[in-house]
Design a protein around this ligand. Structure first.
Ligand SMILES: [Zn+2]
Length: 243
């Protein structure tokens, strides 16, 4: 059972498309597990769309359309996965692009259930949507008993899949920016509680924790962070290499 959900502000920002791609993917992954938050996000989209449609028309500056098209074309080339067209309701905001893209990746279908022709193919069948349509780098060792695959491109300081061995205790660390973790399989605990498949953990900048992987199997999570600061010897090594 899912216990940990994104807070209301995060869901509203996700629906408005005002959070970055990595963080939006973490929320979108949670939504594939959580019908409650799917309904809340859909409602927020509908409310936002209704508000936009009620706004009086405003004249655009000369060249605005050309600049918008240039920016969306550039995103399609650089990101590859961000080429999904803007939705009807969210298209009025440039910031909606990340949200629209990740939402459509959830199922590859429209709301009516029809297959979308404009979503990338499944690349990672072992991962749940929307992650299964994204590009990840190869596995790399992180620390003893931990390994990771980076999301390409991350859309934030770092995003990717992290796998921890059973019983592994992660190094104590805090965050120089927000961090979203969505558990894909297995589970872990920290001082705040236990997290299982589908749970979304939101940590604000400056909040530290020391996750402990469950004893009964590995834990695989998708993590998107705006900054991590390790403590102790690993922190010294991190500062050495990041100077
Ligand atoms: Zn939820």
């Amino acid at each position: 059972m899912i216990v940990h959900h994104p807070n209301e502000l995060t869901l509203a920002c996700y629906a408005a498309g005002t959070i970055g791609t990595g963080m939006a993917l973490a929320v979108a992954t949670h939504l594939t597990f959580c019908p409650t938050c799917r309904a809340a996000s859909s409602l927020a989209e509908d409310v936002g769309g209704a508000l936009l449609e009620d706004l009086p028309p405003a004249a655009m500056a000369p060249g605005s359309l050309e600049r918008l098209l240039a920016r969306t074309s550039a995103s399609a080339i650089v990101g590859g996965d961000l080429s999904v067209p803007l939705g009807r309701r969210t298209g009025a905001s440039l910031g909606a692009r990340a949200g629209a893209a990740t939402r459509s990746y959830g199922t590859g279908q429209t709301k009516s259930g029809a297959a979308r022709a404009d979503v990338p193919p499944v690349r990672e069948p072992a991962l749940p949507p929307p992650l299964n349509r994204r590009a990840f780098g190869p596995w790399r060792p992180l620390t003893f008993g931990m390994r990771m695959r980076p999301l390409l491109p991350a859309g934030c300081f770092w995003a990717g899949i992290v796998e921890g061995a059973p019983g592994r205790i992660l190094p104590l660390h805090d965050h120089t920016g927000a961090e979203f973790t969505c558990v894909l399989s297995g589970g872990f605990s920290d001082a705040e509680g236990h997290y299982g498949p589908g749970d979304l953990v939101e940590l604000a900048a400056g909040v530290g924790h020391r996750p402990v992987i469950d004893d009964d199997g590995p834990c695989v999570s998708f993590i998107a962070t705006d900054g991590v600061r390790l403590h102790g010897v690993l922190g010294f090594v991190q500062r050495l290499f990041m100077r």
